[in-house]
Design a protein around this ligand. Structure first.
Ligand code: 13P
Length: 253
């Protein structure tokens, strides 16, 4: 059966010292608690090597927010999947809408990144989602289909089975506007049907599909109670221990 997951995306926030404090605080808050979901924190690259040894790996997985589309070599400023893995990190966010919009990451480039992440033992958290105009034109299904097809349809069933999907409507990111529980369920169920058609029903049933976009403790329970919403990818509310813990607790009862 698929896992419930609450993953934090710190984005470009926190100095190294602040990041260490946040990771330590979360580790303490979760110690001795029963968790009904996997917890992941995705941090800026420079935090990874410091944060991974600080947290209890049985409770908190650590991930990066991006990786290079090349294995190694003369790519000044880039960080490879193997470098990320060497810090002890286990996850990597790929295809975030901010990377697609501000850094012009294409489906083809993301396909390369996904393959390198998998080859280096990292679990990709692959983000898809439409912008407001596309939602208003009722094109959200087409958009997420193209994003899935463009970057993931070349994978083997075995490789696809290692992927976590995150549906993040761009109009809900950092805006305080969330998709309604019904909107989330509708598109998550569609995404699962796309996976089932391409990779089979069993794979689809085992794929975790997270919701992201202004998710917080006050709305997490309603969103996560949908059959096809298997947790959240959290931005702003991942930057404070109490806020993030409140979302994790949405899975407790
Ligand atoms: P917010 O939770 O800040 O809306 O961000 C969501 C997100 O982009 C997570 O990747």
């Amino acid at each position: 059966m698929r896992k419930n997951i609450v993953a934090g995306n710190w984005k470009m926030n926190k100095s190294l010292q602040e990041g260490i404090e946040l990771a330590k605080g979360l580790n303490e808050a979760l110690a001795g608690e029963t968790q009904n979901c996997d917890v992941v924190i995705c941090t800026p690259y420079i935090h990874l090597a410091s944060v991974t040894p600080l947290v209890d790996a049985a409770k908190i997985g650590v991930g990066a927010e991006n990786c290079a589309n090349k294995e190694s070599g003369a790519y000044t400023g880039e960080i490879s999947a193997s470098m990320i893995a060497s810090t002890g990190a286990k996850y990597v966010i790929l295809g975030h809408s901010e990377r697609r919009a501000y850094y012009h990451e294409t489906a083809e480039l993301l396909a390369e990144k996904v393959k390198l992440a998998l080859a280096n033992g990292l679990t990709p958290i692959f983000c898809i989602g439409e912008v407001l105009e596309e939602r208003e034109a009722e094109k959200q299904n087409e958009v997420v289909y193209a994003q899935l097809a463009g970057s993931l349809f070349d994978l083997s069933v075995e490789d696809f089975s290692k992927i976590i999907l995150a549906y993040e409507p761009v109009w809900a990111i950092g805006t305080g506007k969330t998709a309604s529980a019904a909107q989330a369920q509708e598109i998550h169920s569609y995404i699962r049907s796309v996976v089932a058609d391409k990779f089979g029903k069993e794979v689809a049933e085992n794929t975790s599909i997270l919701y992201g976009g202004s998710c917080k403790a006050s709305n997490a329970k309603e969103l996560f109670s949908n059959l096809d919403v298997d947790g959240g990818l959290i931005g702003g509310a991942a930057l404070k221990v109490a806020d993030f813990k409140g979302i994790i607790d949405a899975f407790n009862k």
